[in-house]
Write a protein that binds this ligand. Sequence first.
Ligand SMILES: [Mg+2]
Length: 362
Amino acid sequence: MDPDLPGPQHGAPLAPAAPCDVQSILAAPDPREVLSRIAVVSLPMVTRFRGITVREAMLFEGPAGWAEFSPFLEYDVPEASRWLAAALEWACVDPPATKAATVPVNGTIPACPPSAVAEVAARYAGVGTFKIKVAEAGIDSLDEDCARIEALRAARPGARIRLDANGRYTVAQARTALRAFSRFELEYVEQPVMAVEDLAQVREEIDREGWGIRIAADESIRKASDPLRVAALGAADVVIVKVQPLGGVRSALSVIEASGLPAVVSSALDTSVGLSAGVALAASLPESARPDGSIPACGLGTSALFRSDVADPPLRAADGVLPVGRTAPSEERLSALAAAPERAQWWTERLRACWSHLREQR
Ligand SMILES: [Mg+2]
């Protein structure tokens, strides 16, 4: 806990001035006037992911409950401010009405040897969709990638399989890889190339060649205007959406609807608190984002990437699904996972900078 900020003894949420929305919340010049509790945590990860071994996050409690503000450390103030808008919405406003009580999650097969695939898949009881990480060594891993797809198909014959290349191919390499992948029945291939213009080119080629592979955009979507750009350029068949980068559940819902594309909700390596906002988004997806009527399996099973999470128990899938509802951190976990004072101070300054930025934009 930051000694500078209200602690557990001030636990009662403040009664906000009506109406309780983000714009009225931002009328306060200082976030401490609105947020009753603020904590900064540092979560050790099971393995290196996205180049990090520790995930830092700020959690705060507003009138509606606990929320997570966790833009990655390298993001500047304008980008991080969208994440703050999302966190403030979750802390201050109840989520839109949901259409489901649970949402399905996908299992993830990392770049492991093909012989280990069945064992990794066995950890995901009740899961019907798997994402296989491919292109770990670019085009050089193609043979092994195909062997892992075959191994998963053998271990889980009825499962949906999606691939994620994290933008590691060039356009020419993507052509080679997608031709090889076209023999498998796949749900989609996520971000085969990085640039959105290149994605559009790859997608055109898939159509021309008749490979029947759908493309999903993930890294191409970092802000609310991106799903619309992806749709306008015809760069993808599916958008991967995350609550914080898109500025909140409501903002995400409106851009998903405007894009007209099917959407798969994913985590931005959130703690259990942030994951619960992702679950709410998935459970309220518009019809246009659920073409076959069901909620596509979400990439929200990521609490398993942390050695320890802020909630007790953490928000983890049971029988392939996560429950809809708010998740609050446990006091013990907040203390045990508290970030070092200088890191808490860094996050407090970041909160203030983003708060000021959002206020200027009102
Ligand atoms: Mg991805």
